[in-house]
Design a binder for this molecule. Structure first.
Ligand SMILES: Cc1ncc(COP(=O)(O)O)c(C=O)c1O
Length: 389
């Protein structure tokens, strides 16, 4: 079978390779605690499921749903941005519903990049920023996110030549995998940077409502004039515990969104109408429901941090996201540590280099296992580090 050249540049998705290893451990009889991927273990709000059910029962819900989402969903996204961030969006030109934000991230690359175009990508970072670029024939210039800079990029350290050549730049706060957060002052600097270098700034914000200790994450679109140079991706996967439903959105710069919508109309045929109606309900989530859900994650984070401190794995408390980013004990490489931990104890964590070379020396622990399972996993981690240290 012939395979396209572009496949040569596209490595297998790191988590697909890792999933095979986790399955092998399971098949060998290990009781695996999955703290490697960020798939929420808790269900969505009951009313959201009910909205899906009611809509699915209607005979007129099952045809092709249209390309740019039903107007009511676009309106609900605009209302959410207005309520939550004070950002005004035109529901018709500044909102594109997505089949999960991952496809939007990759399709935006197809919409904006020609072969050889340069894209600025965070390292460590969510893999599709790089994979989308490579699929589109673009080139990646990675900028490091370092602990000493609170995992924010040093914009002054990005070579002027790369900044001038770049077509897109990816940012993601609250950040996967580091758990770092960014303030509006930082966003304002990146908007200026994008304007100065004629870059389309792409901010990915799926964790903006997964926050702790009173932290409130801003939208990059709160920066005055950001919509001239930026799009923001968002998702109900983490906010509303709907990762399997595949519902996300891109908002902001109308021209970039029109390009994205053109690619999508040629690739997919929209989102099942009952999912869109359920998403409308999810976008109006009860703040109390969110608070209770986030408190559950916060309790798990406490359990994880207590253990990491005890075994001497350096980390910082995240104010948001589903992740704790921790240094592996001295003498270990990340993947070796994660592999041994998995094979000896059944605890699955994500090796830092899955997110880029700057992730070496770290592992990412996800808080999406039930609290009792997190306790169990941390007991096993304590024993593992104790016996190998
Ligand atoms: C930073 C980031 N962006 C996007 C996504 C994808 O979200 P979705 O489920 O909406 O495709 C994830 C999922 O883990 C993520 O961590």
């Amino acid at each position: 079978m012939k395979r396209a050249e572009r496949l040569q540049t596209l490595p297998p998705y790191p988590f697909a390779r890792w999933a095979a290893r986790v399955n092998a451990a399971r098949n060998q009889g290990l009781d695996v605690v999955s703290m490697d991927i960020g798939s929420p273990d808790l269900p969505p709000e009951e009313d959201v499921v009910e909205a899906l059910y009611q809509s699915a029962r209607r005979p007129d819900s099952h045809g092709y749903p249209g390309y740019r989402g039903i107007p009511e969903l676009r309106r609900a996204v605009a209302d959410y941005y207005g309520r939550r961030f004070g950002v005004e969006l035109d529901a018709d030109t500044q909102v594109v519903p997505l089949i999960g934000s991952k496809e939007g991230i990759v399709n935006l690359a197809l919409a904006c990049l020609d072969p050889g175009d340069l894209v600025l990508v965070p390292d460590p970072g969510y893999a599709p920023y790089t994979m989308g670029t490579l699929l589109a024939g673009g080139e990646v210039a990675a900028f490091p996110l370092l602990a000493e800079n609170d995992f924010l990029p040093d914009l002054d350290a990005i070579p002027a030549e790369a900044a001038d050549r770049a077509v897109l730049m990816w940012l993601n706060y609250p950040n996967n995998p580091t758990g770092a957060v960014a303030g509006l002052d930082f966003f304002a600097r990146t908007v200026s940077f994008a304007r100065e270098h004629s870059i389309l700034l792409c901010h990915d914000a799926p964790y903006c409502d997964v926050t702790y200790g009173g932290y409130v994450a801003p939208s990059l679109l709160q920066v005055p004039g950001a919509e001239d140079v930026a799009v923001e991706f968002n998702s109900l996967s983490k906010t509303a515990n709907m990762a399997g439903w595949r519902i996300g959105m891109a908002v902001g710069n109308a021209e970039a969104l029109a390009a994205l919508a053109r690619v999508k109309s040629n690739v997919d045929s929209g989102i099942f109408r009952p999912l869109q109606e359920a998403a409308i309900r999810a976008l109006a989530a009860d703040p109390e429901w969110l608070a209770v859900r986030n408190a559950t994650y916060a309790e798990r984070i406490d359990v994880i941090l207590e253990t990491l401190v005890e075994v001497g794995m350096e980390t910082v408390r995240p104010h948001a996201t589903l992740y704790v980013w921790a240094r592996v004990p001295t003498g270990w490489a990340s993947e070796e540590f994660a592999r041994e931990l998995l094979e000896q104890t059944g605890v699955a964590v994500a090796p830092g280099p899955f997110f880029g070379p700057a992730g070496e020396g770290y592992v990412r622990l996800s808080v999406t296992a039930p609290t009792e399972r997190v306790r169990e996993a941390m007991a096993r981690l304590r024993e593992f580090v104790g016996s190998t240290g």
